[in-house]
Design a protein around this ligand. Structure first.
Ligand SMILES: [Zn+2]
Length: 156
């Protein structure tokens, strides 16, 4: 952003803004990077920083294993998936995603675990499980023979 939307000012000071979200009865707080207009004081939260906060909340939810519709919804939200897009990835009708999130039906534990993994991997900058689910949607023609490089270092 070049100019303040409120006053048209051009000078900004880097700051942080407290953020808070409550999911399934647990409240998560954190400070998110923001810019404050030096002229009028209007605060603009940094969008990537906000996305990182949401993924940090999602990671905390994922690690706690709090399986329910509300946490499933938050995990999906943090990933930025529509119900239809996530349903396609999980091979589940969007109506089922909706029933899980509204509590009309118990969330499938394996689906929840998969979405939790997608969220924690996104927070870590990995797309491995996402890529795997995409590959499962339309399996490529695979080679009959695969040569693997195996590390000579022993397992820890
Ligand atoms: Zn301003």
């Amino acid at each position: 952003m070049k100019r303040c939307v409120a006053c048209n000012g051009e000078a900004f000071v880097e700051t942080t803004e407290p953020d808070e979200v409550t999911v399934a009865g647990r409240t998560f707080t954190g400070d998110v990077l923001a810019k404050r207009c030096a002229t009028c004081g209007e605060v603009y939260v940094d969008a990537p920083a906000l996305a990182r906060f949401e993924l940090a909340v999602a990671t905390s939810i994922a690690d706690a294993g709090d399986v329910n519709g509300e946490t499933f919804h938050y995990l999906r939200h943090a990933l930025g998936f529509t119900g239809a897009a996530l349903g396609e990835l999980l091979a589940v009708p969007p109506e089922t995603i909706s029933r899980w999130e509204t509590g009309q039906q118990s969330v499938d534990r394996m689906a929840w675990a998969t979405v939790a993994t997608l969220a924690t991997e996104r927070a870590e900058g990995s797309t491995r499980t996402f890529a795997r689910l995409r590959a499962m949607q339309s399996p490529p023609k695979l080679a009959n023979s695969v040569r693997l490089e195996v590390s000579p270092v022993g397992l820890r």
